[in-house]
Design a protein around this ligand. Structure first.
Ligand code: FMN
Length: 214
């Protein structure tokens, strides 16, 4: 049995990020019953970012899995054993959400050696970095996973990107102070692209499952 872990770094159930991740999961599961997909919703969990305790760097006992104990501990241990990893986040102020960022601190700081600046994960694996945002391909402020992408690429392997642009932020624009957006333009974009974005997520799930099954 192979295992893919999906980390949902968005707060909203059933909205854009969650739907993209759900389609990824369905794509992976459509390949074989030998692929287990587990989704972890970070906003349902109470955990801290890196506490700078430096326990992962103690001489003779250095660890590439975070040693700070809280609700994130079993998730980090599970990722270390997994065969594929998917990270998904809405873009907030040009970055992934704060919750995704503190998760990544805990994931990546133990990979970093301050002896030789190498980055070593417990095991390399295929990674997909997924983002959803208001921005469009031509006009967006997203730095995506930013400096964390460099750590992920070095420790786990070059990630694949999956991006859903110009998402519907609310179901009914008439109820909110959102005059900066044209609902008509949003609807047209969604009608032209959303199903295709979900299909891309499904296909990416299939590809990851096929890859890890060899
Ligand atoms: C606090 C906040 C900040 C946001 N900042 C940006 C931004 O900087 N750029 C952008 O393109 N979209 C931004 N958005 C829009 C979301 O990224 C977009 O609606 C996303 O698809 C929401 O994902 P969800 O439906 O899974 O919650 C922001 C939304 C919120 C709530």
């Amino acid at each position: 049995m192979k295992k893919i872990i999906i980390i949902d770094g968005g707060p909203r159930r059933g909205m854009n990020t969650a739907q993209m991740l759900q389609h990824f999961a369905e794509g992976a599961q459509s390949v074989s019953d030998d692929v287990e997909v587990k989704t972890v919703r970070l906003y349902d969990m109470d955990f801290k970012g890196c506490m700078s305790c430096m326990v992962c760097k103690i001489k003779g006992k250095a660890s590439n899995i975070c040693k700070f104990k809280d609700a994130l501990t079993p998730v980090l241990e599970e990722i270390a054993q997994a065969d594929g990893l998917v990270l998904g986040s809405p873009i907030y102020f040009g970055d992934v959400t704060g919750k995704m960022r503190i998760f990544l601190e805990r994931l990546a700081f133990p990979w970093l050696s301050y002896n030789d600046y190498s980055m070593t994960a417990p095991k390399p694996m295929p990674v997909v970095l997924m983002e959803t945002m208001n921005g469009t391909p031509d006009r967006n402020n997203s730095q995506g996973y930013g400096s964390m992408e460099y750590c992920i690429a070095r420790a786990l392997g070059e990630p694949e990107h999956l991006i859903a642009y110009n998402t519907y932020q609310v179901k009914d624009y008439s109820r909110f102070e959102l005059a900066g957006f044209s609902e008509e333009a949003k609807r047209q974009y969604r009608d032209a692209h959303w199903q295709e974005d979900l299909q891309k997520a499904f296909d990416a799930g299939r590809r990851m499952a096929e890859k890890i099954l060899g």
